[in-house]
Design a protein around this ligand. Structure first.
Ligand code: CMP
Length: 140
């Protein structure tokens, strides 16, 4: 398996509770390397574009308002098999159904305020990384 890159975003519910370092530690402990990172306040327009795939879902307004409600930490993670390793350590979308030891089980508050986002496929990872980062900001 080749080295992969994936996109990760620590959400406002987690930055608000000062959990950035604790979450990154969990990611690093499973072998994911942070090769780009930026703390930003996402605008509503950026959130609507980023989550465009969900625009017809009932929770779209809630989701985009929440993501733009406070700081996020956007990152590129690198490892062998990074996309599936990251999905596994994040846990199920709804913290109620997440496995023990996962970020969402430990820190998630609800299906919306679930502490972390990660790309779900290699195509999505490439698109999400390119949406937020230039090549120069990614140092593997
Ligand atoms: P994320 O991985 O960021 O991708 C889309 C997000 O939509 C998802 O995590 C959840 O936080 C959010 N989401 C999914 N379903 C719901 C829901 N029923 N209500 C609120 N938010 C949701």
């Amino acid at each position: 398996m080749a080295i992969e890159r994936t996109f990760s975003m620590i959400k406002p519910d987690a930055t608000r509770r000062n959990l950035t370092g604790a979450i990154i530690k969990i990611l690093e402990n499973v072998g994911l390397r942070v090769i780009a990172s930026r703390r930003i306040l996402i605008t509503l327009q950026e959130a609507e574009k980023f989550y465009e795939v969900h625009k017809n879902r009932s929770f779209f307004d809630y989701l985009t308002k929440f993501i733009s409600s406070g700081p996020t930490v956007i990152q590129v993670l690198e490892a062998e098999n990074a996309i599936s390793i990251n999905r596994k350590i994040m846990g199920a979308t709804d913290p109620l159904f997440a496995s023990s030891g996962t970020v969402r089980k430990i820190f998630g508050l609800s299906i919306g305020e679930n502490s972390i986002h990660g790309s779900d496929s290699s195509d999505t990872a490439a698109a999400e990384i390119a949406y937020w980062f230039s090549e120069r900001e990614i140092v593997g």
